[in-house]
Design a protein around this ligand. Structure first.
Ligand code: PRT
Ligand code: ZN
Length: 286
């Protein structure tokens, strides 16, 4: 179809699974057999390109793809001119400086005149410039964490998630220089017809994301406590109150954020709430 939009997603790696899950949760159906580089959805005007994440910012900037899902670290490193439409909340990680764990660290000045190995020379270079530290950046494309032990560099700048890779390689994290999560990016010059499809997709993604942040709560309470309970669970508009078969009792239904629920659970119980159910929401349209 001519007016299909094209979305670039990572073929296989840490972004792939969540990217495809999000697209499926938006109700979009497609086949992605092993090794496939392209696929067209059967019920939404979109086709997918399965690529290495390194190539996604460039493909979107050049218009080969209209949209892409990529980590902010990769996006900023590639320095391509695209629009970030949405943070997606998955593949969260940080880019950090690390040094051998036996070394004493006094602050970022430690790196003055030293060698730092990284796959992120731009982000690191910008950071060092901001901190006015002169260091040698040694660009390598993988296994950055072994650089100090083989004498290639005195420190590294790499992606950290749990920290266990650093630990296993006898390194300690000393500065966090960048925080990242997956983002949805868009070409800057989309024709109007494609923009309209993107709007539809964004609407669906918003509904999925809002659903994830909120829970449907059902609880029973004596009628005398209802006002107090309502004040503890401010819902979307006002909660639904239904009488129970048992005289003097009602059931309260509302939608609240999960955080709000945990913050108020004790007070809810003290106020007389019983039989509290918290149910996930698949989609939410306000
Ligand atoms: O093949 P392709 O080029 O597409 O993939 P890739 O190998 O370049 O990237 P991939 O799939 O490893 O990661 C894709 C994106 O996921 C990254 O650009 C980040 O935005 C994000 N991400 C989230 C991570 C991590 N967590 C992560 N832990 N990317 C890499 N790591 C690596 C890191 O490089 C280090 O080796 O995991 C190790 C650290 O993890 P911990 O848990 O031991 O601290
Ligand atoms: Zn990559």
């Amino acid at each position: 179809m001519e007016n299909n939009i094209r979305i670039a997603v990572q073929k296989s790696g840490r972004l792939s699974e969540e990217s495809l899950k999000l697209i499926k949760e938006c109700g979009i159906k497609f086949h992605n057999g092993a090794g496939k580089l392209k696929s067209t959805a059967t019920n939404f005007p979109v086709e997918f390109l399965f690529l290495r994440d390194d190539d996604i910012p460039g493909y979107v900037a050049d218009g080969v793809a209209d949209l892409g899902i990529v980590g902010e670290n990769e996006l900023v490193e590639k320095n391509k001119d695209v629009t970030v439409l949405k943070k997606l909340g998955f593949s969260k990680c940080r880019l950090s400086l690390a040094i051998p764990k036996g070394e004493e660290y006094s602050g970022v000045g430690y790196f003055e005149g030293k060698n730092i190995a990284t796959s992120y020379p731009k982000i690191l270079g910008d950071y060092l410039k901001l901190k006015q530290v002169q260091a040698e950046i040694h660009e390598i494309s993988g296994s950055v964490e072994i650089a100090p032990s083989i004498g290639l560099a005195e420190g590294i700048c790499d992606i950290v998630s749990s920290g266990s890779t650093l630990m296993m390689n006898g390194l300690k994290e000393v500065e966090e220089i960048f925080q990242s999560e997956a983002v949805l990016i868009c070409n800057n010059a989309l024709p109007v017809e494609k923009q309209q499809i993107v709007e539809k997709l964004l609407f669906r993604m918003d509904a999925v994301q809002k659903g994830k942040k909120n829970k449907y709560v059902l609880l029973n309470a004596p009628n005398a406590s209802i006002d107090k309970i309502i004040s503890l669970i401010p819902g979307m508009r006002s909660p639904t109150i239904l009488p129970l078969a048992e005289e003097g009792w009602s059931s309260v239904h509302s939608v609240i954020s999960e955080d709000q629920f945990w913050e108020n659970i004790e007070e809810l119980r003290t106020a007389g709430a019983q039989g509290i159910l918290v149910v996930p929401i698949e989609k939410m349209v306000l």
